[in-house]
Write a protein that binds this ligand. Sequence first.
Ligand SMILES: C[S@@+](CC[C@H](N)C(=O)[O-])C[C@H]1O[C@@H](n2cnc3c(N)ncnc32)[C@H](O)[C@@H]1O
Length: 271
Amino acid sequence: MSTPIPNNVDDDDSDVDIINPFTSLMLPPQQQQPSDKQQLLENKYYKLKSIKSNIVIRQLPSQGLSFQLWPAATTLVTLLDNHGINSPLVPLFKTQENRPLDILELGSGTGLVGIAAAALLGANVTITDLPHVLPNLHFNAEANSEVVGVNGGKVSVAALSWGDVDHMEGVGREFDLILGSDVVYHDHLYEPLIKTLRFFLLGNNTNKEVLVFVMAHLKRWKKESAFFKMARKLFDVQVMHTDSPSNGSRVGVVVYQFVGKAASNVNSVPS
Ligand SMILES: C[S@@+](CC[C@H](N)C(=O)[O-])C[C@H]1O[C@@H](n2cnc3c(N)ncnc32)[C@H](O)[C@@H]1O
């Protein structure tokens, strides 16, 4: 369910933390005391209504936060699944040459968003994360290769540690759209993520003149406003969608779009 879009929801740093920082990065309540078997492996099935298909995502919760699904991912998948109806993302799904979209996902975790995007949009999607996360991303890409392929999509997996120039150059610049969900959380990651967005959104993108980063985010800490302040120096940041709060939280998932500001405006900002 969505609610009216508030102004600058991310800039509210006058408030206390939205969710207790210690619980916010722990597992959801139903997973906090799992059996040994659940700790090792947990499959989650997602119904993609628009293509009448399911995808399956393997989570490995005992291996850390990169191996479990985060709430913002579900919101983004729902918007992608509604792409034929009234999703605010629809204008982003067109390529001038009427070819498949080339999409990059940052901080993919289990890969749900990127794999769903490939199946739903018939897109070529590169899902990325830190090197130790890649085996599970490969596993999930392979587990869904049939449903993705039948719908005209393709998923590739690549290491992309934010701010690592070799990694960023390795995935190339030929993208039409960049996606990310729940990638703003620890403050030491703000700068590397901004550097990555700067590379892709302000660099010489070969596919599109204006490349957009669509980010689904669940605000947890007031300190996150520092990320948005840094981002607004380089990018125009707009709210595209907000979910209603759920599970005792005071805020819901917010989906933003980031577009690079004209080069002349950002020359004075250090890289
Ligand atoms: C909170 S999880 C969200 C995962 C997934 N996007 C989702 O919504 O389910 C954050 C993700 O960012 C990745 N990440 C953290 N630091 C990173 C870095 N420096 N470079 C690349 N990815 C990073 C983590 O490995 C993790 O998969």
